[in-house]
Design a protein. Structure first.
Length: 255
């Protein structure tokens, strides 16, 4: 996928915009983004989930189920619809800016990418939170959302391959001066020991080769069935939401 948003024209980072991404697919990042958005939208708070994965649209499938949207972000990229026209209510105060499954080499025009980022930045000023689900890696399209977000939750799992891919994302973030936004989320942990080992391994590697210290990751347990019915998983996601909210409150007090 190719996209472009000039760094000079990118809106400033917003405290209530949170990205969820990963270093590889099929490790639960879209599920975490969807569950996080639902948690943040409790008590009818206004929250938008933006499905920025233009290749797979995993968050859209989770939110819309068997009723796929006919108006999607690709229409905003093309300039045929506005962001407001593609927004779709999910439940309570949650709405989604949906995507559709497209070819992997889709070209997101410079103007289209800039148009969406600017529209989301404007909308976020009247929202409790905006959660952006992204495909793995730090493509130019993804980079625009990293720049807009206050926190980027990089999802990993304790297995070796996922940790290697996660390090690759952190390395890219360091090269773009964005590593301070990274918050590791260790998914599918069978115990707190799994999360501690993942943190030790990737933390030591990042410090040795990048000179970066990463905070201890939040551990999400391996689900027994559907995530929305797993009390331990839901409790951990609620903990992540509280941490993001506390970080935002701290920044507001310091501002």
């Amino acid at each position: 996928m190719r996209a472009a948003v000039d760094a000079e024209s990118a809106p400033p980072a917003l405290r209530n915009v949170f990205v969820v991404t990963s270093g590889r697919r099929r490790i639960g990042s879209s599920t975490i983004a969807y569950q996080l958005a639902q948690t943040l939208a409790m008590d009818d708070k206004e929250v938008t989930l933006l499905d920025g994965d233009l290749e797979r649209a995993g968050a859209t499938r989770l939110a819309c189920g068997h009723d796929p949207p006919t108006k999607v972000l690709a229409d905003v990229c093309a300039g045929t619809l506005t962001l407001a026209e593609v927004l779709r209510p999910v439940r309570n105060g949650l709405q989604i800016a949906p995507s559709a499954k497209l070819a992997a080499d889709i070209h997101v025009a410079r103007g289209g990418a800039r148009r969406i980022v600017a529209a989301v930045a404007q909308m976020a000023r009247n929202q409790t939170a905006v959660v952006v689900d992204l495909a793995p890696g730090l493509s130019p399209w993804n980079l625009a959302w990293w720049q807009l977000a206050s926190t980027v939750c990089v999802v990993t799992t304790p297995d070796d391959g996922a940790l290697v891919d996660t390090y690759a994302v952190v390395k890219q973030a360091a090269a773009s001066d964005l590593v301070a936004k990274v918050r590791l989320v260790a998914n599918r942990c069978k115990s707190s020991h799994d999360a501690d080992c993942a943190h030790q391994r990737i933390g030591q590697t990042c410090f040795r080769f990048l000179g970066e210290l990463l905070p201890t990751p939040l551990a999400l347990p391996e689900c027994d069935g559907k995530p929305e019915r797993d009390e331990h998983f839901q409790g951990a996601v609620a903990g992540l939401a509280l941490q993001l909210g506390a970080a935002r409150a701290s920044e507001l007090q310091a501002a």
